[in-house]
Structures are given as structure tokens and as C-alpha cells.
Design a protein around this ligand. Structure first.
Ligand code: ARG
Length: 259
């Protein structure tokens, strides 16, 4: 009887061990897949190709980094303002969205090392009766930006909070592509857009909009991971440093920032 009990407990322990190993095998598999969240309205960093595929500087870069680190990558298009909540609730694992590293965001997420620098710029419609030569001139028009961005925050802090711009003339957009369409199709609704300088340049290439003002904000983009996920952020940093030291980096810059 005693022996039987012993054998039974040994079997039980064995079963538990095997079960644990099998289970950890499963999580291992799901852990190897990374869901990257972006807001695909921000050419050349993230945008949709004609066939709908999400491409761009950030997308190529993070895919390269993560696949080199042994992960498989899926990209999801989410509104910019929903990216941090999606990261915090585990719906996505990484944000690759030309996201500026800010102190406020650092309290909510962890950032990789910076990979690109930018400032803000003011876009207006080509041929529109809009005269903006300094920041104060913006107050004479409706001004727009994508909700939750640093451009949006700049308008809010510099123009609205100081009383220079009436709240009713501050337009928030879910997507920067919508803001620019609005600028082109109806300058009575929005006269100017505040947007990251490299993206302003890309929009200006269409010939429909132009940059009339540069605002120095000294921003740096980083990839974001859930707060405390040191393992993933370390892997991204290792991969980023490695990629930056190869011609892949130059080719990527050339691919998305020239012509
Ligand atoms: N760099 C700005 C920020 O972090 C704008 C980023 C917008 N990104 C985008 N994919 N729409 O707030």
C-alpha cells in the first residue's frame, strides 16, 4: 500500500513536470511573435502602399530588427492616440509610429534608443490666401493636428492655453492624412497644420501643400514597449545598434528619404 502511494506520487510529480514543460513550450511559441502597432498615415515612416500593405521607414526597420532577433512580426494599424493604451493592455507589443520620446510618455511606456530626429513644421495649401510668417500669425486661421501627437500638444500649449488661438479654431484629427485632405479640400475648415518636419516635407512633394514655417522642437523618435519589458527593449536596442552599423541603414534612409 505504502509503495503504491509512493509510485502514485512519483507519477503525479512526473505528470506535473511534463505538463509544465509542454505549457512553457506553448508560451515560447506565442512569445516569438511580436505585434507591432502603428498609425499608417505618416509617410515616409508608416503608410499604406497601393495594395494596402503597411510600409515605411519605421516598419522596415522594426521588422528587420525583430526578425534578426528571432521574432516573427505582425503589423497592426491603430489610431495614434490608441497606441499607448493598446500597448498597456497587451494588444500590441511594440509601437513603431515615429513616436517622439517625451517625459510624459516615459511614465507610461519604455522607449528604445532614439533612431530619428525631427522638428515641427506648418503646412498650408498651395495657392490659399494664407499668410503665415511667424507663430503669432497662426492665430488668424484654424489650425489642425493629429490627436495625441506632439504637434497637437504644441498647438494646445503654445496657442490655445496662452489664449492666442480660440479653442473653436483648433481642429483635431484622428489621422494626419485626413488633416491634409481637409487642408487641400476646404481651407475654410483648416488653414494650417502642425506636423513633424520630415512628414511635412513628404506631403509637400505632392505639390498641393507647402511648408511655411519651421518650429524647432528637437524631438527624437523611439520604439515603445510595455513599461518594464526590459528584455524586449534590450533586444530592440541591440538590433538597432547592429542595423545602424550596416549599409542596411543607409539603404533604408535612401529608400525613404531621397527622391
Ligand atoms: N512624432 C509625433 C509624436 O510622437 C507624431 C507622430 C505621429 N505618428 C504617426 N504615425 N501618425 O507625437
Amino acid at each position: 500500500m505504502k509503495n503504491e502511494k509512493k509510485i502514485f506520487s512519483i507519477i503525479l510529480v512526473l505528470a506535473m513536470v511534463i505538463g509544465t514543460v509542454a505549457l512553457s513550450g506553448c508560451t515560447q511559441e506565442t512569445e516569438n511573435k511580436i505585434i507591432v502597432g502603428t498609425s499608417a498615415d505618416f509617410k515616409p515612416f508608416e503608410y499604406k502602399a497601393q495594395n494596402g500593405t503597411i510600409i515605411g521607414f519605421d516598419i522596415d526597420l522594426i521588422k528587420k530588427i525583430l526578425t534578426d532577433q528571432g521574432y516573427t512580426v505582425e503589423v497592426q494599424d491603430i489610431g495614434f492616440d490608441s497606441l499607448i493604451p493598446a500597448l498597456q493592455t497587451g494588444k500590441i507589443n511594440v509601437i513603431a509610429a515615429a513616436m517622439t520620446i517625451t517625459d510624459v510618455r516615459k511614465q507610461q511606456v519604455d522607449f528604445s534608443n532614439p533612431y530619428y530626429n525631427a522638428n515641427q513644421a506648418v503646412l498650408v495649401k498651395v495657392g490659399a490666401d494664407v499668410n503665415i510668417t511667424n507663430i503669432n500669425d497662426l492665430a488668424n486661421y484654424s489650425v489642425g493636428a493629429q490627436t495625441g501627437t506632439t504637434g497637437w500638444g504644441w498647438i494646445n500649449d503654445t496657442l490655445v492655453a496662452t489664449g492666442k488661438l480660440d479653442k473653436s479654431k483648433f481642429n483635431s484629427y484622428e489621422l494626419y492624412t485626413d488633416a491634409v485632405s481637409d487642408l487641400i479640400n476646404g481651407p475654410t475648415r483648416v488653414g494650417a497644420i502642425v506636423i513633424d518636419s520630415p512628414v511635412a516635407k513628404a506631403f509637400a512633394k505632392s505639390g498641393n501643400v507647402k511648408i511655411v514655417l519651421n518650429i524647432t522642437t528637437n524631438e527624437s523618435y523611439g520604439f515603445a514597449v510595455e513599461k518594464g519589458n526590459a528584455e524586449l527593449v534590450n533586444k530592440i536596442n541591440t538590433g538597432l545598434t547592429a542595423v545602424m552599423a550596416t549599409t542596411y541603414w543607409e539603404d533604408l534612409v535612401e529608400k525613404y528619404f531621397t527622391t
